[in-house]
Design a protein around this ligand. Structure first.
Ligand SMILES: C[S@@+](CC[C@H](N)C(=O)[O-])C[C@H]1O[C@@H](n2cnc3c(N)ncnc32)[C@H](O)[C@@H]1O
Length: 232
């Protein structure tokens, strides 16, 4: 009988892909190839699937939290974290976007390879459908994520978001800008009928001009000014 569990490799990782769990593809690898984390980072991998991005992040970061709405993805990611000897650094939770994240829980980096393809509601009836289907405009989950993610980001934190040109990535850039982020496309990949983009959004710390006592103009970050005036 043919096994319903497949195995894939990414660099030195060996990952099992359970039935009904998204198999890493070009969009995954676009994020994976550009995933830069620091030693002290707390990383959130939203929509973890088989756990690949959380496990990669946890190899270097202090801790990774991974979330998925699909119970089979949660089981699969746990198995892969154990198999790659990173179970103590990856905390895998089941839920809808930020619902399993505590209100005061904040991260240096939030990464999300989102469901971003335009779809009918029919496609959201299966777990695999929910991995890629983003509703009529492709933006159903993207927009919810963009609104909620900033509440869980530490100062100077970053968001890495994968989506397609088919779900209007200019709209994503505009939304991040309106929320006070610097956002830009940092990598892209053309595939059969779309271009997949990796967007990086960084907390924007505006600078203000201030006169020194000797009358020179100096640039001071808004955060520094707010902190100095006790506004933070
Ligand atoms: C495109 S797949 C990416 C999987 C994996 N991160 C990767 O890059 O291979 C999107 C993942 O998001 C999950 N997902 C979809 N909607 C979600 C939601 N509302 N909350 C949490 N996870 C969700 C899906 O179950 C799926 O595992």
């Amino acid at each position: 009988m043919k096994s319903s569990i497949r195995t894939i490799r990414y660099n030195d990782l060996r990952l099992l892909i359970f039935r009904n769990v998204y198999e890493p593809a070009e969009d995954t690898f676009l994020a994976a190839d550009n995933l830069i984390v620091n030693e002290n980072d707390h990383v959130l991998d939203m929509g973890t699937g088989c756990g690949i991005l959380a496990i990669l992040a946890a190899k270097k970061a202090k801790q990774a939290v991974a979330v998925d709405i699909n119970p089979q993805a949660v089981r699969c990611a746990r198995k892969n974290a154990e198999a790659n000897k990173l179970a103590d650094k990856v905390d895998i939770r089941r839920g809808d976007l930020f619902q399993p994240i505590r209100r005061n829980e904040k991260f240096n980096l939030i990464v999300f390879n989102a469901p971003y393809l335009p779809s009918t509601t029919m496609e959201t009836q299966s777990w695999l459908g929910r991995a890629w289907a983003g509703g009529p405009t492709g933006r159903q989950t993207l927009d919810r994520f963009i609104n909620e993610a900033p509440h869980h980001l530490r100062k100077k934190g970053r968001i890495l978001l994968v989506q397609s040109c088919l779900a209007d990535f200019d709209n994503t850039l505009r939304k991040f800008h309106s929320l006070g982020f610097e956002a830009r496309v940092v990598a892209f990949k053309k595939v059969a009928f779309e271009t997949i983009v990796l967007i990086e959004a960084k907390s924007f710390i505006p600078t203000v001009r201030k006169r020194t006592r000797r009358g020179e103009k100096s640039e001071v970050s808004r955060v520094a000014v707010d902190q100095a005036s006790g506004a933070n």
